[in-house]
Design a protein around this ligand. Structure first.
Ligand SMILES: [Zn+2]
Length: 386
């Protein structure tokens, strides 16, 4: 039995300070506060223990991508995010030609089968060119049940989330088909009004892809998708709280409106996460990163719209705490609530007996120092603590 003690342990019932966690192999056996009554295996004084992060929206990281390149590239991207504390993650694909999406979904399904990722997120191709962000409008198509069925089949049961624009013709049939197939429908890259968004929620949509980004700005008489998604209790809302995609006021407003049970922190990371400034690729789109901010590059080499982020979920967590969100609420939004979205709440997402020993040890400034998944430290990580 491994006993971690002396740190501040963030549980669903609050922060245990000092707290301890006892592990039985890959699972949390017990947790409590004060003196555990036995000698700890690892002394965590001065450090925080958070549940392992669950990132629902990741395109790549560490110089590698899920959106292009070989399966080795995808493995590298997953390993990078794991090393940074995301003990569960989806691989997010962007809009691309259908045959390419099918091939990539099939490749990533293999990695999901190995347990390297926790499934796939299709961010496209049923998106609105009017709110395309960093996605390629040439390959955006109207929602089509047959196309959805092909992509769903290619993912062999590992498709977890599909982002779509509900105002497009055919969207409601796809929302219903995806919901029937057990795939979470997310509203995003959309120019929908509040009314259309509410109808999409009634049809089965339950999630918001990076709330505010890729949506019409809310107006007090037309609150748009943002207003409708925040307003409905059954909807979980992603925010990219990296200090670049959203003003911190928007993050705090969304956090208050949604509450920790509905807020989901995501990285929306691309290959450039964890890498120096330079030129990168996001699907078919060229991206330039300067000062850590990724922007689309047009044919003449001019930088335009903000592309994916260069953050890890760990960095988003640190930023959200600095922006004023309470630590237990941030842990809920980075771990517990996204685990629930994935249907994994019975296995991971909180520091609670019976769940997987997935955790992140952070310093006082919430920088990850060690990551454990299923009771195993990431190679080398355990040397850094205690
Ligand atoms: Zn994305």
């Amino acid at each position: 039995m491994l006993l971690l003690a002396g740190g501040r342990v963030v549980t669903p019932d609050g922060v245990l300070s000092p707290g301890w966690i006892r592990l039985a192999g890959p699972v949390i056996d017990a947790a409590g506060s004060g003196d555990p009554g036995e000698q700890p295996s690892i002394d965590l004084r001065g450090q925080w223990v958070l549940p392992g992060f669950v990132d629902l929206h990741v395109h790549g990281g560490g110089g590698a991508s899920f959106t292009e390149g070989s399966s080795d590239e995808a493995r590298k991207a997953a390993a990078f995010h794991r090393s940074q504390g995301s003990t569960s993650l989806l691989a997010s694909l962007v809009t691309a030609p259908l045959a390419e999406l099918e091939a990539r979904a099939a490749m990533l399904a293999g990695l999901a089968g190995e347990g390297l990722i926790d499934g796939l997120h299709l961010e496209g191709p049923f998106l609105s060119p009017a709110r395309r962000g960093a996605q390629d409008p040439r390959y955006m198509i109207a929602p089509d049940v047959g196309v959805f069925a092909r992509l769903h089949a290619a993912a062999r049961g590992h498709l977890r989330v599909i982002t779509l624009a509900p105002e497009l013709p055919g969207a409601f049939a796809v929302i219903e088909a995806a919901t029937r197939a057990g795939v979470t429908v997310a509203v995003g890259h959309t120019d929908a009004t509040a009314d259309v968004t509410l109808a999409a929620i009634d049809a089965g949509a339950t999630h918001a892809t990076h709330l505010f980004n890729g949506m019409r700005p809310p107006h007090h008489r037309e609150p748009g998708a943002v207003g409708a998604l925040l307003d409905r209790d059954e909807v979980t809302c992603e925010v990219i709280a990296d200090g670049v995609h959203l003003d911190d006021i928007a993050v705090r407003l969304a956090a208050r409106a949604a509450g920790p049970g509905r807020l989901v922190l995501v990285s929306d990371a691309m290959a450039a996460a964890g890498m120096p400034d330079g030129r990168y690729q996001l699907g078919s789109m060229r991206v330039t990163v300067a000062g850590g901010v990724a922007r689309l590059l047009d044919d003449s080499g001019v930088a335009g719209a903000i592309a994916g982020s260069t953050a890890t979920l760990a960095r988003v967590v640190r930023h959200a705490i600095a922006a004023g969100l309470a630590v237990p609420d941030v842990a809920a939004a980075a771990s517990t609530t996204p685990a629930r979205v994935l249907g994994l709440a019975g296995r991971t997402g909180a520091l609670r007996p019976g769940l997987a020993a997935d955790l992140v040890v952070c310093d006082d400034d919430f920088r990850p120092r060690a990551v454990m998944r299923h009771g195993q430290w990431r190679p080398g990580a355990a040397d850094e603590i205690g």
